[in-house]
Design a protein around this ligand. Structure first.
Ligand code: MN
Length: 232
């Protein structure tokens, strides 16, 4: 079976509970639509678990992008050649912005790792895709963390800017594709429609799956073979 969930935000226990609930096995496939890290405590712990599971496919969220941008810059050895310029103004601004967006838990988790694990985390971030396109049971799906800003039906996904996919938000009142479902995280479903609080939003060929687990609402997961929804 093929599943999708999103916006775990460091909620390791809920992540684990969901995998148990759906009896996630070696023959299944799970797409996680980003924002695995930040705000909650255990983003790094989730990443270390995901790394061990080749049947979990990570898609980039804005929080991974912020984390990677800072950690990759920080994770260099200070030498005589770089000691006075390795953190420039842009890097410090990126750091500030990440902390403002709940990055402290992820930073602490990263700093508690040994050198080899830090390297593995940074390599893993580089494996994240920006989007996926799938065909399951004659249904077509586009998977992306945020949205499709500057949408054009005929524009290939590869031509969207990173910002449009990762930070952008969908207009959920608008049907983007007549013949495809667009699956997104990033925007808690309660903010799309208060009636959908804690539930997956399905309207206008959208499937929005961020049910706000880090705000103590719920973690949602959808099975693309059956369209069955799961919650913990
Ligand atoms: Mn996001």
């Amino acid at each position: 079976m093929i599943y999708v969930m999103s916006d775990l935000h460091g909620c390791f226990d809920k992540y684990q509970a969901m995998l148990e609930k759906i009896r996630f096995g070696k023959d299944d496939l799970m797409y996680i639509l980003g924002d695995i890290v930040d705000r909650g405590e255990d983003g790094i712990k989730i990443l270390l678990d995901m790394i061990k599971r080749p049947n979990i496919v990570p898609i980039l969220g804005n929080h991974e992008y912020m984390a990677y941008t800072v950690l990759e810059k920080m994770n260099v050895e200070i030498t005589q050649d770089n000691y006075d310029n390795h953190l420039d103004t842009v890097s410090l601004r990126n750091y500030d912005n990440w902390m403002f967006n709940g990055g402290e838990t992820t930073l602490n988790g990263f700093l508690s790792l040994n050198k080899a694990s830090r390297k593995r985390i940074l390599e893993y971030f580089e494996e994240f895709s920006l989007y996926e396109e799938l065909e399951v049971n004659n249904n077509s799906f586009v998977l992306v963390h945020g949205g499709l800003v500057n949408f054009d039906e005929n524009k290939p996904l590869s031509e969207y800017e990173l910002y449009d996919l990762v930070w952008g938000r969908c207009d959920y009142a608008r049907t983007y594709f007549k013949d495809k479902y667009l699956i997104t995280g990033h925007t808690p479903t309660a903010l799309i429609d208060e009636k959908c609080r804690g539930k997956i939003y399905k309207e206008n060929n959208h499937i929005a799956i961020d049910c706000g687990v880090v705000f103590n609402i719920a973690l949602g997961c959808i099975c693309l073979d059956t369209m069955e929804e799961f919650y913990v």
